[in-house]
Design a protein around this ligand. Structure first.
Ligand SMILES: [Zn+2]
Ligand SMILES: [Zn+2]
Length: 364
């Protein structure tokens, strides 16, 4: 099969033929139809993640199950599925608590790759998926069935960006109707946090970014107020002016910036919650005033993959999309064939795209 392989961090990917090993117990092989490009892919390809070269990135996929290994009961060949990087065992402490996104189960795929190149060298499966390829092998818990009426390019978005942003609001923070919400960063994840806030019935929904064109997109997704952090010198005052002088009930940081995290706490009211969604470089730290956090009883929480339970959330999101309550079409900037993936990656790197999607065949 054809795949886009990273042999050296920060260099263009090599499109080449890879061999796929047989499926092991619990694993499924998916023929990919679409894979969206996410910033986490760029981080991995630039060597800012835990990936080892050579590897194949890509983790927002959708396609058709081609083959299933021994013991697979959650899906069958022919199913149209979303492919996600989260895998869960269903039996560990966190799975039992209903938090499969924090699963601590052991999987052979955590250590092994089913891919090798024509020289026999192991090619690692980056981001637990390796979806910049015609096929991927993942654990059965990583796929969720979607209806035939949902186009694959739209389905792929449900694998990561949408659930991360929307889930942070709806699942992690559980924002109540009428709450005030600030979203810092209006990229793919931030826009989905905004549409999560709309679904939750929040008001006001204040979007903060440094670029006017990204803020305009935020308005389209339901932001009620826009603050350009580069032009507005006193963001704290601006937010307090919109929240009865107190600060917001919920502040979501969707950018991977330590400075933004420190600033975000000044925008959060007493007893308000600061939710960290964006991933900075590994080892990044932020500093903040402990006293005001204590006195104000502020809550700080992380949100990983929107605390999403895939098998529950994906069908609900499909329903919302099909009934006009969730925007997906507007998230796609452009579609590219695998052969032009380097162009597609470069546009995302330059901030020219919300989501660029790799399309593997003419069927959409
Ligand atoms: Zn992602
Ligand atoms: Zn588990």
């Amino acid at each position: 099969m054809k795949a886009a392989v990273c042999y050296e961090f920060g260099r263009p990917l090599t499109i080449e033929e890879l061999e796929i090993d047989p499926l092991q117990k619990g694993e499924v092989k998916v023929r990919l139809a679409a894979t969206a490009i996410c910033h986490s892919d760029l981080h991995a390809l630039n060597g800012e993640g835990s990936a080892c070269v050579p590897f194949v990135a890509g983790h927002e996929g959708a396609g058709v199950v081609e083959e299933v290994g021994e013991g697979v009961s959650l899906t069958k060949p022919g199913d149209r599925v979303v492919v996600c990087l989260m895998r869960s065992c269903g039996r560990c402490f966190y799975c039992t608590l209903g938090l499969p996104h924090l699963c601590e189960g052991d999987f052979a795929l955590n250590r092994e790759s089913r891919l090798r190149n024509r020289r026999g060298q192991v090619v690692h499966q980056g981001l637990r998926t390796a979806a910049f390829a015609e096929y991927c092998i993942v654990d059965q818990s990583q796929v969720v069935r979607v209806p035939e009426t949902l186009p694959f390019d739209r389905a792929a978005l449900l694998a990561c960006g949408v659930i991360t942003g929307l889930g942070a609001v709806v699942n992690t923070a559980r924002v109540e109707a009428g709450s005030s919400v600030v979203v810092i960063g209006t990229g793919g994840v931030g826009l989905n946090a905004i549409q999560g806030a709309v679904l939750a019935g929040a008001y006001p929904i204040i979007a903060i970014d440094l670029l006017d064109n990204k803020l305009e997109a935020a308005r389209g997704f339901g932001a009620t107020h826009l603050i350009n952090g580069a032009e507005q010198k006193n963001t704290e005052q601006a937010v307090k002016g919109l929240t009865s002088g107190r600060g917001a009930d919920y502040v979501f940081v969707t950018v991977g910036s330590a400075t933004a995290v420190a600033q975000a706490l000044t925008l959060t009211r007493k007893r308000g919650s600061l939710i960290l969604v964006g991933m900075p470089a590994p080892g990044a730290t932020a500093s903040f005033q402990i006293n005001s956090c204590v006195r104000g009883e502020q809550r700080i929480m992380g949100s990983f993959m929107g605390s999403t339970r895939l098998s529950l959330s994906v069908p609900r999101l499909v329903d919302l999309y099909q009934h006009g309550r969730l925007k997906l079409d507007e998230l796609i900037t452009a579609r590219y064939p695998l052969e032009r993936i380097n162009e597609a990656l470069e546009a995302v790197e330059k901030g020219q795209a919300l989501r660029n999607v790799i399309i593997f065949d003419s069927e959409s």
